[in-house]
Design a protein around this ligand. Structure first.
Ligand SMILES: N[C@@H](CCC(=O)N[C@@H](CS)C(=O)NCC(=O)O)C(=O)O
Length: 234
């Protein structure tokens, strides 16, 4: 069977993995997950007991969670090296380093801002503290990432790779939380613009918004979440 990626909306980091699947060019399917509704229901735990996206249903029908594990699964099947590099190469080392940073410190820096935004019961004093903490963390992690970006058009060279996919799924959160003007980090801003202009990313964003869009043809369509849970849930 083709792998199935479950991606979250609104504004899930998993959008970047949809773009990576397009770049990879091998057949896959998708399933949409409403992160504010469906993902919080008890039956979703059969796919991911931590109630998070993304989830990949592998070609063996097994749910695989955690972005880094899913990225490693894709990398292992990227024989033509469309989104990755020879695992023993310095490029692979740097790609893993960047992916590790994006998926840990960079993504985690936004946590307090999401908590403040999604609080069911308003608590202005606590939310203000979360905002202060979150803004500082996001600014600091952006400073660090700016320092890690080189001179090539994409993170690892002339073409986008898995690291660019992971980054583009998360970097837009700066705008959602209106933390700072993206121009404060010129290298990151230019990189984001290049990645976001990629047809694969525009396709992934359109799907995330619930629109139909023409991709490379690698995507064989969407499955309803309920069907994925019934067939592959544990
Ligand atoms: N460590 C996980 C974290 C995934 C994660 O935080 N996903 C977010 C969406 S981007 C999520 O599902 N958050 C739970 C929520 O929104 O309630 C990974 O890297 O896959």
């Amino acid at each position: 069977m083709e792998p199935i990626l479950l991606y979250g909306f609104p504004a899930g980091s998993s959008m970047g993995l949809v773009a990576a699947l397009e770049w990879l060019g091998q057949p896959y399917r998708l399933a949409r997950v409403d992160m504010l509704g469906e993902m919080r229901r008890p039956d979703y735990a059969r796919l991911n007991p931590r109630h998070e996206t993304p989830v990949l249903i592998t070609d063996r029908g097994q749910p695989l969670t955690e972005t880094m594990a899913i990225a490693a699964w894709l990398e292992a099947r990227d024989a033509d090296r469309r989104i990755s590099f020879d695992p023993a190469s310095p490029e692979a080392d740097r790609m893993h380093q960047l992916m590790g940073f994006v998926n840990s410190g960079f993504t985690g820096a936004f946590s307090a801002l999401w908590v403040a935004m999604e609080m069911a019961q308003p608590d202005p004093a606590y939310q203000e503290a979360l905002h202060r903490f979150g803004r500082d963390a996001v600014m600091q992690r952006h400073d660090k990432l700016e320092g890690m970006i080189g001179e090539t058009p994409f993170l690892l060279g002339e073409l986008p790779c898995l690291a660019d996919g992971l980054l583009v799924g998360v970097a837009r959160w700066l705008d959602i939380h209106a933390v700072a003007d993206p121009a404060r980090w010129p290298k990151l801003q230019a990189l984001r613009q290049r990645i976001e202009a990629e047809p694969a990313v525009r396709y992934a964003l359109a799907l995330e918004a619930g629109d139909t869009a023409a991709g490379t043809g690698a995507c064989l369509g969407h499955l309803p979440l309920a069907e994925v849970i019934a067939r592959y849930g544990r």
